[in-house]
Design a protein around this ligand. Sequence first.
Ligand code: GLN
Length: 284
Amino acid sequence: MTLKQALSRARGILAGNNIEDAPLEAELLLKYALKISRTQLYLDLDHELSPQQEQTFWRLVERRLSGEPTAYTTTHREFYGLDFYVDPRVLIPRPESELLVEVALGLAQNHPLSTIADIGTGCGAIAISLALELPKTRIYATDISAPALEVAILNCQKHGVIDRVHLLHGDMLDPLLEPVDLIIANLPYVKESEIAGVKFEPRLALDGGSDGTERVRQLCRQAGGKLSAGGSLLLEIGRGQRGAVTALLNTLFPNGGIEVVPDLSGIDRVISLSLTASKHKVAR
Ligand code: GLN
């Protein structure tokens, strides 16, 4: 069997099992099985796989069919054009979370951010993407999960930002010792009742309580104490959560400006709160 045939058969099998992005997943698994780059793969599509390579590849495809995410199999995931190490200690970064990074960079263009805190950093994807784009900004990244922070350390080393991203262990904003210009967070926001089927990823990273917004609301209530005057809060949310979160923010920050940004599928994904420097008032 040639590489081309293996790719096309694997695509068909994955797609037939309702796996999204079957062509990409087949390619990632084949590259990983053969330890080759994408270029090598496409330059040599007529190359014959050895029986052993075939066996390795089909075993990986079976693992995918059993539900294991490809990113855990290959220990890699691309986010914001960067390659991150991932394993089951962390949630796999989702493409829609790149929107958080884009909105943060938009804010940074309008007024320089000297400090940013990424809350619930997981593998560090958001904090590291921002650190690379904003070399003058001091970045804090917190997580309640010590094992997740071990992964974030590996990624900070991999991307050469271990001296610029300050990793802190603790719940939400607790480990932050000073107010920051921007708090950015992709917290767990899946409803408790919807995570029963999660087999591979850490539930702690997904479980947002009974209505999904418990952790997000908790952060909103704490944010006033850790945002500098004129600071901003950027939150990723799930489908249908816009109303509850914006209502709470309006109550807590009556003078704050709120914007909601939809993702590429049109789902309200990022809520942005900007405090006005002069009238910042925290409602308790
Ligand atoms: N978007 C993720 C999912 O649907 C949820 C991420 C989160 O809870 N922060 O799996």
